[in-house]
Each structure stands twice: as C-alpha cells, then as structure tokens.
Design a protein around this ligand. Structure first.
Ligand SMILES: NC(=O)c1ccc[n+]([C@@H]2O[C@H](COP(=O)([O-])OP(=O)(O)OC[C@H]3O[C@@H](n4cnc5c(N)ncnc54)[C@H](O)[C@@H]3O)[C@@H](O)[C@H]2O)c1
Length: 248
C-alpha cells in the first residue's frame, strides 16, 4: 500500500454525492479505506473506492440521529477497523428569504449540518483517540463571510460548524487529534446545480482571482492534505478553497 494515507481508515459523511464522493475517491487513491454515512445509497462511491484498491463500507444513516450514527461507528469498526479520519461533509441547504424562514426548517438545517458534525465526531471520538494521528475535517463555506441573500438557515449552521471547529481543535489537542475546516465557494455539485443558474456560476467565477470554476477535486485535494501526516501541525484553521474570492 502506498500513498499519503496508506493504512488509514476514513469516514466521509455525505459521501454518496458531490464533494463527499470526490473526498472518498481522493482519500482512497492515497491509500485509505473508506466508510460512508449518507441518507442515500453510496453505490457509485463504492465502485470508485474499490477501483482504487481500497476497502469500502457504507450504511444509510441520518447523521442528525444520534442512535443511528453511534450504531454506524460500531459497524465501521467491525467492518474496517478503528477510524483515523472523520470528514464531516454532509449538509442540507435551504435558500429562502429571511421573513419566510421557519423555526422548524432552521432547526432541521442546523441539526443536520452542525449537529451532524458534532454527533459524528462524538460517535468516532474513542476511535480517533486510538489513532496516532486523529483528524477531523469539517466542511464549511466561504458564503459565511460573503453572506449572500436567502442563506439565513445555512449560514447559521455553518457558523456553528466554524465555532465547533475552533472549540474541538482546542479540546482535542490533548489527544493529538487535529480539527480543521475547509471552506469552498461555489462548486458544481447536485447541491448547487439544482439551485443556481449558469449565469450565477459565471458571475461568481468572475468575482474570483482565478478565472475558472471550482471542482469537487479542488476541495478533496485540500481535505486529503489535512488528513495526512504532512498536516500534523495544523489545527483550528479554516482554509478557504475559493480561487481567491475572499481576497478580492
Ligand atoms: N457545492 C458547493 O458549491 C459548496 C460550497 C460550499 C460548501 N459546500 C459544502 O460542501 C458539502 C458537500 O456539498 P455538496 O455540494 O457535495 O452537496 P451534495 O448535496 O451533492 O451532497 C451532500 C450529501 O449529503 C447527504 N446528506 C444530506 N443530509 C444528510 C443526513 N441527514 N445524513 C446523512 N447524509 C446526508 C446527501 O444525501 C448528499 O449525498 C456541504 O457541507 C456543503 O455545505 C458546498
């Protein structure tokens, strides 16, 4: 086995689609075995991971359900072994005018996006402590700083993810577990393709320093780096992967 993640076992939430699938594929190509927790089946991701020669396990899990994610952590240990890397990637988005945000839907978005990161990290904490190089990588967004219209629930959830990232980095350092965030801007995935127009993608690209659209692989490459031994001295950081958007 070769690669920067050889011998590691990684969990990717939301790994059935989009950025999560790219993270699973990239980490497998670097030598990690992969477990995916997603509400949807992850058959396509399974094929990609197995094609890279790595072991794969998945279950249909709602990460905002504590019993489900705790059971999943036990299943992963039985199937693959003790986990070294947790990529908290799964999320929902809701784009509505502030006056139309319901407390029920706000709670749902925050429960999945931030609550899911909390519950997944806690479910795998004992396994991360066993690792010689435990890693948690939380997915956030540059939209938190851009604050575009209609993002109240989503930005509330990602603000909580950012705070969780900083707090976990402090509390888990004594176990040599690093905790970082990765913040993409606009990436073409099922998440965005069903909600944003081609004009929006083009407009957003023009706001960046680098004039090309961001790919899921751009994000996955940074997650894989943060998961590797090369990133051992980085913790409590949120890294924007945005073609320079937030430096304009
Ligand atoms: N696509 C972008 O432009 C963009 C930009 C910034 C940040 N992000 C972040 O990247 C991450 C991935 O986004 P994506 O664009 O790949 O989205 P996506 O919709 O393609 O994938 C999200 C995955 O999460 C899963 N999921 C949703 N709710 C779940 C739950 N309760 N339990 C388990 N799984 C659940 C979905 O089934 C799906 O497979 C998210 O955290 C998102 O906020 C995306």
């Amino acid at each position: 086995m070769t690669g920067r993640l050889a011998g590691k076992i990684a969990v990717v939430t939301g790994g059935a689609s989009g950025i999560g699938q790219a993270i699973a594929k990239k980490m497998a190509s670097e030598g990690a075995d992969i477990a995916v927790a997603d509400i949807n089946p992850a058959d396509e991701t399974a094929e990609l991971v197995k094609a890279a020669g790595q072991r794969f396990f998945s279950a249909q899990v709602d990460i905002s359900d504590e019993a489900q994610i705790n059971a999943f952590a036990g299943q992963v240990r039985d199937a693959l072994g003790s986990v070294d890397i947790v990529s908290n990637n799964a999320a929902l988005v809701e784009l509505v005018e502030f006056s139309d945000v319901s407390f029920e839907s706000w709670n749902k978005i925050v429960s999945v996006n931030a609550g899911g990161a909390l519950l997944t990290s806690k479910a795998f904490l004992d396994q991360l402590k066993e690792s010689s190089a435990g890693r948690v990588i939380n997915m956030t967004t540059t939209a938190y700083w851009e604050s575009p219209p209609t993002f109240a629930s989503y930005l509330s959830s990602k603000g909580a993810v950012n705070g969780l990232t900083y707090a976990m980095a402090t509390d888990l350092a004594k176990h040599d577990i690093t905790v970082n965030g990765v913040a993409p801007s606009v990436v073409r995935t099922p998440f965005t393709l069903t909600r944003l127009s081609e004009e929006y993608f083009e407009h957003h690209m023009q706001l960046q320093n680098l004039k090309r659209q961001q790919t899921p692989e751009d994000v996955a490459n940074v997650v894989a780096f943060l998961a590797s031994d090369e990133a051992a001295f980085i913790t409590g950081q949120i890294i924007a992967v945005d073609g320079g958007l937030t430096r304009r």
